[in-house]
Design a binder for this molecule. Structure first.
Ligand SMILES: [Mg+2]
Length: 353
């Protein structure tokens, strides 16, 4: 997930990118805060901040907030699922740097009118994710939140200095890969929002993808350890937006081949029933929490061998890094500029251009 700040406006229909100009807002805030002091080696503008506080490895530090009515709706999401997701999206950011997640602090805003035992249900989901991802919840804060449940987690992790993968390392000629199929979470959200009736075999996995995403930090760690990725980001806002973040940070462009964009088979099957284009769900849907990374062409053999040996599904190639500054989608109709086109596509406009 991108760096977020208190007070960001987010709409339920468009939960990831905030409002047109989010990138400009973050850049303005970064200017306000100025250059961070040493030992900060990476400040605003990547998936995590990184600090050189322990010889040989960087401390990674990330934060994310999920707010009721903006990011989630408790009429179709349980509190346990919310707890799981709040940790999963943070772990995904640690994974996007090639790091290993370690500790988390929780800030929980709880509506006074809501039964307090629900907070324990949320904690159970959170602790289940923590066990699964190797994270310890070590403290936090609870406050009254009359407007709805709000959950903020900050998570730390470690990465060896030489292995950290930034957004800024992509070079023209690198190949672009993703760690898994795309569009399932966005299709799941469509089903939930519109109460679409589909066969359980089709809808259940899509809904699960939205409610309980599985971060790919093990793949991120593998890529970092073996030096196989030049740049990496986790897919919170969709390929069109998140790849554009890599392009801006790296000073490059990208070309994606529409026929290679890996919309999941379930998404292809469900999309017509949801009045959606599977390619749009895959490129612009958001919340996949797969890792998108660039890798030099000469390392492709080593890349696929490493994933096979680790028992991970092979990465899926979908395009290449170019010398330009835009994200272009190549279809049979020609080239389309999709730079930053994220979730806002569903609202008829691009997040940024
Ligand atoms: Mg991220």
């Amino acid at each position: 997930m991108g760096k977020t700040f208190p007070g960001q406006i987010r709409l339920m229909d468009n939960p990831r990118p905030t409002f047109p100009g989010e990138m400009a807002l973050i850049e303005a805030l970064a200017r306000e805060f100025g250059t961070p002091p040493p030992p900060v080696v990476l400040g605003i503008g990547d998936d995590c901040a990184a600090l050189a506080v322990d010889g040989g490895r960087y401390l990674l530090w990330t934060i994310d907030t999920l707010t009721e009515g903006v990011h989630f709706d408790l009429s179709y999401m349980s509190l346990a699922q919310l707890g799981w997701k709040a940790l999963a999206v943070n772990v995904s950011d640690i994974g996007a740097m090639g790091g290993e997640p370690r500790y988390a602090l929780l800030a929980l805003g709880w509506p006074p009118q809501r039964d307090r035992t629900g907070a324990l249900e949320l904690a159970r989901g959170l602790q289940q994710a923590a066990r699964e991802f190797g994270v310890a919840i070590i403290g936090g804060d609870t406050v009254s939140s009359p407007g709805g449940v709000a959950i903020t987690l900050t998570v730390t992790g470690w990465v060896p200095e030489q292995e950290m993968v930034r957004r800024s390392g992509a070079r023209a000629g690198d190949l672009i890969h993703v760690t898994g199929v795309l569009g399932e979470a966005a299709a799941g959200l469509e089903i939930l929002k519109n109460r679409v009736k589909l066969k359980p075999a089709m809808k259940d996995p899509l809904i699960q993808a939205h409610l309980t995403p599985r971060p790919q930090h093990q793949a991120g760690r593998l890529l970092a350890r073996r030096g196989l990725a030049t740049a990496m980001i986790d897919l919170s806002d969709g390929v069109a937006t998140d790849l554009f973040h890599i392009c801006r940070a790296s000073g490059v462009g990208a070309r994606l081949e529409a026929e290679r964009v890996p919309a999941s088979p379930l998404v292809k099957a469900a999309a017509p029933l949801l009045n959606q284009d599977p390619l749009d769900l895959a490129l612009k849907g958001g919340e996949d929490y797969q890792l998108l990374f660039t890798s030099p062409p000469e390392k492709q053999g080593a890349l696929f061998r490493a994933f096979t040996q680790a028992g991970l599904p092979p990465p899926l190639p979908l395009g290449e890094v170019t010398a330009g500054d835009r994200v272009l989608l190549v279809t049979e109709r020609g080239e389309e500029d999709i730079s930053g086109a994220g979730f806002d596509h569903f609202r008829g406009g691009a997040v940024s251009s």
